[in-house]
Design a protein around this ligand. Structure first.
Ligand code: UD1
Length: 418
């Protein structure tokens, strides 16, 4: 149960290399169950969500070996189709394995997933999609049980563009008989990355990044090497930290194409931004201006995973802002914590009304989820005086070496065992 001890008020200066994307790596790891070929994934981030996913793969009988910065996954010896609750509860993305496992074994038994407590997060779209591919689904004792004779391609219309459901259906259908068409598919860049990865293994998937994805089933997938895309949410978190603390920071290994909605807002804040090749430069020299209104939306709209960090920034802008969360129900749990630091925020339904104050002050705060925790850290970095953030296991789920990267930029942040 570690905590961060932070002395606020330092400008951030220097460069930081962006990790590969958690939300890309997790479904790609799930996809490895689909093949007997060896898969080499480079630069897999050292985060607990990945550790939990690889623990689940090991429990299924897959072998995962780290060679340098790469993970080599060999699923040829996978023999189990069950994920017990002790493993599934650590990771919401364990639900992606439904599609992969049912494709491989024609049955699956998976405990209901865990993950961030940011609202109901149902899996009805995942299950109805699998049903359309011919899977019989029942639920018993906290387990989802899937069985089928064979998987058959079909047309699937999603009621809303769920990222996880789109990915799960892609995984279930790549080796199905015939063609699957997913309509109203999510368009997130991580879905494009999953398509690229599956096609490296020999799948025939097209259309990712648009609302219609077409998957022509193939009999068999092979092995291959892949480097997942850069983590746009980690990148966004560092950009917002720089905007909030002031300074000059270069993000390396990430382009601006997947971050347009944030870059647009940061320019409204008065930050100077430049994108060149795979680098993003940000300079922030004065108190940020208010952005008036931010609304989370499916991609390419403003990402819900940057909502908490953006609200933290709004707390010190000159002027008022309204931040509206349209995707998840309880994604303002960090707000009472920010208020301990002097933030002036009122939450009404799905909107946070933020009145900018000149400066936050240090406080002891508690992270309740991954992105809310990151928001508390960057608020503490910008605040006057000393802060502590407890509950940082949530942050470890998605940020590799967060405190090292921030320290390298000049922040005064230490991890302390409690
Ligand atoms: C993924 C991301 C998460 C991000 C989210 C939205 C991963 C590992 N996680 O989560 O970081 O915040 O996308 O960009 O990639 N819904 C249903 N029924 C379902 C599935 C979803 O109603 O069966 C609803 C959810 O309650 C939510 C909305 O759809 O309101 C979006 O959820 P979804 O896109 O599925 O998010 P995740 O895949 O869980």
């Amino acid at each position: 149960m570690d905590k961060y001890v932070i002395k606020g008020g330092r400008r951030l200066e220097g460069s930081v290399r962006i990790q590969t994307a958690k939300n890309s790596v997790l479904p790609i790891l799930a996809a490895c169950v689909l093949t007997d070929g060896k898969v080499t994934l480079s630069d897999v981030p050292d985060i607990t969500d990945v550790a939990n996913m690889t623990a689940i793969l090991s429990s299924l009988g897959c072998s995962i070996v780290y060679e340098g910065g790469s993970a080599v996954i060999d699923s040829s010896s996978a023999h189990t189709f069950e994920i017990p609750s002790a493993l599934a509860h650590g990771l919401r993305s364990s639900v992606f394995l439904l599609g992969s496992i049912v494709s491989r074994f024609h049955r699956a038994k998976i405990a209901y997933p865990g993950g961030c407590d940011i609202g109901l997060r149902p899996v009805d779209l995942h299950l109805s999609g699998l049903k359309r591919l011919g899977v019989n689904i029942s639920e018993s004792g906290g387990y989802i049980i899937c069985e089928c004779e064979r998987l058959r391609g079909n047309e699937i219309m999603l009621d809303c563009p769920s990222v996880g459901a789109t990915e799960n259906i892609m995984l279930a259908s790549v080796r199905a008989e015939g063609t699957t068409v997913i309509e109203n598919a999510a368009r997130e860049p991580e879905i494009v990355d999953l398509q690229k990865f599956l096609n490296v293994l020999g799948a025939r998937v097209r259309g990712a990044g648009t609302g219609t994805i077409v998957i022509e089933g193939v009999n068999k997938l092979g092995g291959g090497s892949f480097r997942p895309m850069a983590d746009r949410i980690e990148a966004g978190t560092f950009l917002i930290a720089a905007a909030m603390c002031g300074g000059e920071v270069v993000l390396e290994g990430v382009g601006g194409e997947n971050l347009s909605s944030l870059l647009h807002k940061l320019r409204e804040n008065g930050c100077k931004l430049r994108v060149k090749n795979d680098k993003i430069y940000i300079r922030s020299d004065r108190r940020p201006l208010s952005v008036k209104s931010v609304e989370t939306q499916p991609y390419p709209g403003f990402p819900t995973d940057l909502q908490a960090q953006m609200t933290a920034l709004c707390t010190i802008c000159s002027g008022n802002s309204i931040v509206t969360e349209n995707l998840f129900e309880t994604r303002f749990k960090y707000v009472p914590e920010l208020k301990k630091m002097g933030a002036d925020i009122t939450v009404v339904d799905r909107s946070a009304f933020v009145r900018g104050v000149e400066r936050l002050h240090g406080a002891v705060t508690a992270a309740h989820d991954l992105r809310g925790g990151a928001a508390l850290v960057i608020a503490a970095l910008a605040a006057e005086g000393d802060s502590q953030v407890v509950g940082i296991t949530h942050i470890d789920r998605g940020y590799s070496g967060f405190e090292y990267k921030l320290s390298a930029l000049g922040a005064d942040i230490r991890r302390v065992g409690v």
